[in-house]
Design a protein around this ligand. Structure first.
Ligand code: SF4
Length: 367
């Protein structure tokens, strides 16, 4: 894997910067302001994306702020320019989902992913702007999805890995009814400055316990564990070199105003005296394909690619990880050409070690 691909597999769109919640670990800088994406931005993105979607599977991920805070009418106007081959996804806190939103998801064939961190006590960080717990509103939204028979994914943030938590979470999500689950260990990024260093053995044990819980009842596609198992089986087959894509997915994030940030959505809305506003252009003046073709000319992207090469040269986990995320390097290290971050220790290195620890502990007895 070298360099940045000219064609992404998905694009992230910010219909509004506003979020109706104020989660304590949130990284978004503008979540109290309602800056909405004009339809002209969606039209410009659709011109690039439609031909890609005709050639291979392509998704638009509506991400906020809270995307549903843009309102149904405006979100429908933003979706309208895209052709029928484009798949739409929404990452939502679920608090605004009701019967009308469910009808909207059905009509526009939008796949829903809900952010929820487990049961009531595990959502203490997820609060309204007035500081009140959001949990009841989240589960009301999920109940509406289930009532309408809409399949959904879930994304959980784990702030403090600890023994017993992985089993508790997996059982919770089985009961919630999601079909896909992603688990993120909280990251230090954006306006969230809380530390994310944890004891190595505790994090490894968390992942190993999650694998054990999943193996007892593997009804949910467990994103991180399935990635790890795919990599482990590719190592055994001798096909590990094929696991990573040939080139990095640029993951363009199109902000409300049309500016495009590559590789890490978390960098959108920030600026730095060395790197400027991290943007690689604006779809209102430059076609998205041209912005992507010039990706490596964005100063910080070049620096990040040298960090990826440093990872390749120094890290035994590179074949699994591919060099980590730009935003984690920047927010943890203040630059892009470093290597190990707390994030990659928590969510790549210890993930793989946890999966291997589980496999070692469950080997069949020697004949
Ligand atoms: S695990 Fe960390 S150090 Fe290793 S390749 Fe990934 S980002 Fe780089």
């Amino acid at each position: 894997m070298r360099g940045v691909a000219a064609v992404p597999t998905y694009v992230v769109m910010q219909p509004t910067t506003l979020c109706n919640l104020d989660c304590r670990y949130c990284y978004l800088p503008l979540r109290a302001a309602d800056r909405r994406m004009p339809v002209a931005v969606a039209e410009a993105v659709a011109r690039a994306v439609d031909p890609w979607a005709e050639r291979s599977r392509f998704s638009v991920v509506w991400h906020g702020g809270e995307p549903l805070a843009a309102g149904r009418e405006h979100l429908a106007a933003l979706i309208a320019p895209f052709g029928p081959a484009v798949e739409h996804h929404v990452q939502t806190n679920a608090t605004l989902i009701d019967d009308d939103w469910c009808a909207f998801f059905t009509e526009h064939r939008v796949r829903v992913s809900v952010s929820v961190d487990g049961g009531r006590q595990r959502n203490a960080e997820r609060v309204t702007r007035g500081g009140r717990p959001a949990y009841d509103r989240i589960v009301r939204g999920v109940a509406a999805l289930r009532r309408h028979g809409l399949p959904f994914s879930a994304l959980a943030v784990v702030s403090r890995p600890e023994p017993g938590l992985a089993t508790e979470l997996y059982d919770y999500f089985l009961g919630l009814g999601c079909d896909v689950l992603g688990v993120n260990i909280e990251e230090t990024e954006g306006v969230n400055l809380r530390g994310n260093a944890h004891d190595a053995a505790t994090v490894t044990a968390f992942w190993a316990e999650l694998v054990a819980a999943w193996r007892r009842d593997p009804r949910i596609h467990l994103r991180e564990v399935e990635w790890s198992l795919r990599y482990a089986s590719a190592i055994l087959d001798g096909t590990a070199d094929d696991v990573l894509p040939r080139r990095l997915d640029p993951i363009p994030t199109v902000a409300y105003d049309g500016s495009v940030t590559l590789l890490s959505p978390e960098l959108a809305g920030f600026s730095d005296p060395r790197y400027g506003d991290f943007s690689s252009g604006n779809v209102l003046d430059t076609p998205l394909a041209d912005i992507l073709a010039a990706a490596e000319r964005t100063s910080w992207v070049g620096e990040f690619l040298s960090g990826v090469e440093a990872c390749r040269d120094s890290c035994p986990y590179f074949g699994f990880c591919g060099g980590g995320h730009a935003a984690n390097r920047y927010f943890e290290q203040g630059r892009f050409d470093g290597t190990e971050t707390e994030h990659c220790r928590n969510s790549k290195i210890r993930l793989l070690e946890g999966v291997l620890e589980h496999a070692r502990d469950h080997q069949p007895p020697a004949a």
